[in-house]
Write a protein that binds this ligand. Sequence first.
Ligand code: CP
Length: 308
Amino acid sequence: MAITDNGVSLKHLVTMETLSNEEVLGLINRGLAFKNKQADFSLKRQYFAANLFFESSTRTHKSFEVAEKKLGLDVIDFDAKTSSVNKGETLYDTVLTMSALGVDICVIRHSDEDYYQDLVDSRTIQTAIVNGGDGSGQHPSQCLLDLMTIYEEFGHFENLKVVIAGDLTHSRVAKSNMQILKRLGAELYFAGPKEWYSSEFDVYGKYMELDAVIETADVMMLLRVQHERHDGKESFAKTAYHEAFGLTQERYKKLKESAIIMHPAPVNRDVEIADSLVEAPKSRIARQMQNGVFVRMAILEAILNGKA
Ligand code: CP
C-alpha cells in the first residue's frame, strides 16, 4: 500500500518540545513507511538543502545527506573550515547568505545552546532550520530515530521501562528523550554517576543504581561520556567507569529476554558498553543508525509540507 503523506507540516524543527504527540507519531509512522518502501513521495519543484556542521558529526551529518538525496533535494556543500566563518562571519550571516542564495533547508549543528533562536525569529531569513544538535540542549532528529526504534520494536510507549544511563547533564540526547518519552507514557529511570544527574530530571523519572533497575528494563539506553564538554576535568578512569556504570557482560546477562540496548553513538567501547556487546543480539545500535535516514526523510518531508 502506498502512503502518500505523513500529514505533518513544520516550519522549523529545533526542539522536541514544540511537537505534539500526534506529530511525533506521524513522523515515526512516516519513517517506517519510507523504510518499508510504502511511502509515495515526489518533489513539486527543485529544493536546496545545506548541512552546516560546526561541531563534529558522522551519523547526523551523513544520514541527513543520504535522506536529502533519497528525497531528490539538491545538497549544497558546506565546510565551516574553508568558509568565510574563518573571516569572522557569524552563524546568523552564514544562514542569511544561504537564505539569499535560495537554500530552502539548513540542517545545523552548533556548540552554542539555543543557537537557533535568532534564526527562527528573523524576518529576513526564509530558510527552514532543522537542529542537528545544539550544545547540551536538544537533538530532535536523534530523539525521533530513537523513538522510531523503540516503536518498531514494541509497537507502543505506554508503561515501557526505559533506563537512561550515563552522562545525563551534558547529553542533548537524554534531554530530548526524557521529555517526550514521559509524555508518551513510558516509565523512566536514570542511572550513572550522581554528579552527572540533576534534580531537574526528577519530573521525568527516578534516579536508581543501575544494578537495581537493569533486570526490569525494557530499553537500556546508554549515553556517550561527553569528554569534549567536561572542560578537561575527567572524573573517571575508563575501566572504573565501565565497572561502575557501564554495560558489562555480567549486566547484559541480567537483562530481560525481550530487552533492547540503545546508544546514540559514537560509542566509547569498553566505557559505556563492553566492546563485545556493541553488536550483541539485544543491541539496536546499528538499527538506530539505519532508522536515522528514514526518520530524517520524514522530517524533511514535513518541512517541505510547511513550505508548500
Ligand atoms: N548520534 C550522533 O549525533 O552522532 P554524530 O555526532 O556522529 O552525528
